[in-house]
Write a protein that binds this ligand. Structure first.
Ligand code: TXA
Ligand code: MG
Length: 344
């Protein structure tokens, strides 16, 4: 199938394709999504085929208004009201007990459904014009870095989907934060574009899945799959700044990793590397100042894809403190770093 490129003025065409059961990729503030009519089981199934995604991994329903929410959930707990009030539209996905209206293809057989209202003009217009919730995972081939531009979508899915709605690169660059509000206490299932610290300002009792030390199974089923991995090897640097940079020199001298190398780090670390004049040629990917926490994650996925296109074999990445956006970035980079070592 030929993938149509639709401009911002063609959301009505895109909505028509969705209502007819087709697949349309569209921009959101977090990453690009691969959308299908969320109430049409066959359309939803075709998402899994296009992505090569295991169908036991449930999808997020994207909504544009309150009425749509009430249609798809069984109840709205008070803490969900507060979180929605504070953060919707925005990079926060809430997991509710689902209503009968949600096909089991969306929830992968779970009794719950994940819902999000994106903070993106085009996305909201598309949902409104479609008139139903849009089921959408990130619009990448399963296992690849999430797409933050229409070009990334086409790299992975050209000729596999009906259309892509062309928008600007995504502002946040990391997927939404997922909080389960279906239990006694809110529980963070996946850190994302909204920080845990921000969630706890509204819901201080929020727990973190998997942090109880009981070795429980991952609560967001997607957490168990190979994820976010480029072809290049991703190596997370360890130790203080000096040790992290010294390791790169050592890897070069001892041939520990394949070259060419790249370093993805905050601008402060890159400045120190440049100042060292070690003589080792390396591509430098700056994530911006470490003091600009909100935008640190914006280019991570784009750089991983760029590394592949430039033929880089090893991407060294700075280890961030696991707080605020650093928690989200480390969550993704650890998965990218381990991807090659897993059996999947
Ligand atoms: O920012 C985002 O969230 C993007 C944009 C397109 O909205 N979407 C996205 O979707 O990242 P996806 O499919 O790549 O990730 C959805 C995650 C998966 O880890 C899945 O397991 C989890 O949400 N999930 C979906 N429904 C769930 C449920 N009912 N309970 C627990 N986890 C759920
Ligand atoms: Mg994804």
């Amino acid at each position: 199938m030929k993938t149509r490129r639709l401009t911002e003025d063609e959301t009505k065409t895109a909505a028509g394709i969705l209502r007819d059961g087709g697949l349309v990729a569209f921009p959101t503030e977090t990453v690009y999504g691969l959308g299908a009519d969320g109430l049409n089981p066959e359309a939803v199934m075709s998402i899994f085929a296009a992505k090569g995604r295991p169908s036991d991994n449930p999808l997020i329903l994207h909504i544009s208004d309150r009425r749509m929410l009430e249609r798809i959930v069984a109840e709205i707990p008070p803490v969900a009201e507060e979180l929605m009030q504070a953060f919707w539209p925005g990079p926060l996905t809430l997991v509710f007990r689902k209503s009968e209206a949600v096909p089991s293809e969306v929830s992968a057989g779970l009794a719950t459904v994940a819902v999000r209202m994106p903070d993106h003009e085009l996305a909201l217009r598309l949902i409104r014009e479609t008139g139903r919730p849009i089921a959408a995972p990130s619009a990448n081939r399963s296992g690849r870095p999430s797409p933050t531009s229409a070009d990334h979508v086409l790299q992975d899915l050209d000729d596999r989907i009906d259309a892509v709605l062309l928008g600007e690169p995504s502002e946040v660059g990391m997927e939404s934060t997922i909080v389960d509000v279906s239990g006694d206490k809110p529980c963070l299932l996946r850190p994302g574009g909204l920080t845990l610290e921000e969630v706890r300002r509204i819901a201080p009792e929020t727990t973190v899945a998997g942090s109880t030390g009981h070795g429980e199974a991952p609560r967001a089923p997607g957490m168990k799959y190979r994820h976010y991995a480029p072809d290049a090897e991703v190596v997370l640097l360890q130790g203080d700044l000096g040790q992290q940079l010294a390791f790169i020199d050592e890897a070069h001298r001892k041939g520990l990793h394949r070259e060419p190398f790249a370093l993805m780090a905050c601008q402060e670390m890159i400045d120190v590397w440049t100042g060292k004049e070690s003589g080792l040629e390396m591509t430098l990917f700056s994530l911006g100042s470490r003091h600009q926490d909100k935008t640190l994650g914006k280019n991570v996925y784009a750089y991983l894809r760029e590394a592949d296109q430039a033929g880089i074999r090893t991407v060294f990445v700075e280890s961030f403190k696991e707080e605020n956006m650093g928690r989200t970035i480390m969550n993704r980079l650890k998965k990218a770093a381990h991807a090659g070592k897993e059996s999947l």
